[in-house]
Design a protein around this ligand. Structure first.
Ligand SMILES: Cc1ncc(COP(=O)(O)O)c(C=O)c1O
Length: 387
């Protein structure tokens, strides 16, 4: 008797950073002292007001479903933040609360693109875009970034890829993961104008907004009312495990996304939504955390080139994407050995770039300064390079 088999659509690549985390945690449970630089996750707790908001809501007793589009208080707070942060008026009706930005991607991709649709994704890039799209039967088309555009997505590159075979959408990510590179405002505008001219969707992942150390971050919404903005409380607001994010969408996508969310998850967790309302009031606390990342960044910017691991421009987010060519052309092997031999959990570039990624690894510097100092010491010893 034959057993039914797993679907073809679920045959997607793993998220290697998460695999590394699992292995690092197994080693730690067995007594190894591991420094975690593999997952893009703030080491700090969420702001006090966020935690207090959740406690108060929990004390209230009932934890219920909410409206599929999110609680009005949170949608309004998010809309208001566009006024505070970017000086823009956004109608709260266009704001949709999602289960992290990850949930937002699934909803957004389903609402914008049909099975067989094509979306351009910057390469290197966040692996889950590609893997989610594979599961949904949407083709992700890599758009190479390189030194000619300082590793940022450019309007010219979009045009070139679209000319070869038309795209239905393009995804912009700035500051980017894994590179940390910021796309300048002038290029964000050019990309928005190009998408409008070509008649294709623009999706802008702005999850690392708030975490820029050089240059000025620009929201695509400033240049296109038609852009689909994806954002989250996970990174700047230190709320990874709360699973709450948001979309800002053009009016014609509101109802399709509402129907999708009603059916796919009913609503985003109630406690997380209540708690997130307070996040925008916690700027002082969050800026202190960001200053910690800036210190970590400065330590790595000095150490990594000296250690023969030159990073791409570290404009924002909390990543250093480093060239390991001096040591290896196999990033999986390099990362495996770093974990086993030096107790350093890092992510192989192959996670972000199936072709060129073998020459890179990514370090996350979202943890403590002590973690970064220890990591540098261990790298010095492991790579046999001391100052
Ligand atoms: C670029 C980018 N987008 C989206 C996400 C997903 O984050 P979340 O679902 O926690 O909002 C991540 C997480 O690392 C990311 O790096």
């Amino acid at each position: 008797m034959s057993q039914p088999v797993a679907s073809q659509r679920s045959n997607i690549a793993s998220f290697i950073a998460m695999d590394v985390m699992r292995e690092a945690k197994t080693l730690a449970r067995a007594g190894a002292e591991i420094v975690h630089l593999e997952v893009g996750e703030p080491g700090a707790a969420p702001p006090r007001a966020v935690r207090e908001g959740a406690i108060a809501a929990l004390s209230g007793g009932r934890v219920s479903y909410t409206e599929a589009l999110g609680i009005p208080a949170l949608r309004e707070a998010i809309a208001k933040n566009y006024a505070t942060k970017y000086g823009m008026t956004v109608d709260p009706a266009r704001v949709i609360v999602t289960t992290g930005s990850s949930g937002g991607f699934v909803l957004g991709f389903l609402a914008m693109l049909d099975h067989g649709g094509r979306i351009g994704i910057p390469n290197p890039g966040y692996p889950a875009y590609r893997n989610i799209l594979d599961a949904l039967g949407i083709e992700s088309v890599p758009i190479e970034t390189g030194p000619q555009s300082r590793y940022a997505l450019s309007a010219a590159a979009i045009r070139a890829v679209h000319a070869e075979k038309p795209l239905d959408a393009v995804l912009l990510m700035s500051p980017a993961n894994p590179t940390g590179v910021l796309t300048p405002a002038s290029e964000v505008r050019a990309i928005a104008e190009t998408c409008a001219e070509l008649g294709i969707w623009l999706v802008s992942d702005e999850i690392y907004h708030g975490l820029t150390y050089q240059g000025e971050e620009a929201t695509a919404l400033a240049y296109s009312d038609d852009a689909v903005i994806v954002n989250s409380f996970s990174k700047y607001y230190c709320m990874t495990g709360w699973r709450v994010g948001w979309l800002v969408v053009p009016e014609r996508l509101i109802r399709p996304i509402e129907c999708l969310q009603q059916n796919l998850s009913i609503s985003v967790p109630y406690l997380s939504q209540i708690a997130a309302v307070a996040a925008f009031e916690a700027t002082e606390e969050l800026e202190i955390i960001k200053a910690g990342y800036a210190k970590n960044r400065a330590i790595l910017m000095e150490a990594l080139p000296r250690l023969g691991l030159p990073p791409l421009p570290m404009d924002g987010a909390f990543y250093a994407y480093c060239d390991i060519a001096q040591y290896s052309n196999d990033s999986m092997d390099f990362a495996r050995r770093a974990l086993r031999e030096a107790g350093l959990a890092i992510t192989p570039g192959l996670d972000f770039d199936p072709v060129g990624g073998n020459r890179f690894v990514r370090f996350s510097y979202a943890g403590s300064e002590q973690d970064i100092v220890t990591a540098v010491k261990r790298l010095e010893g492991w790579l046999g390079k001391r100052s």
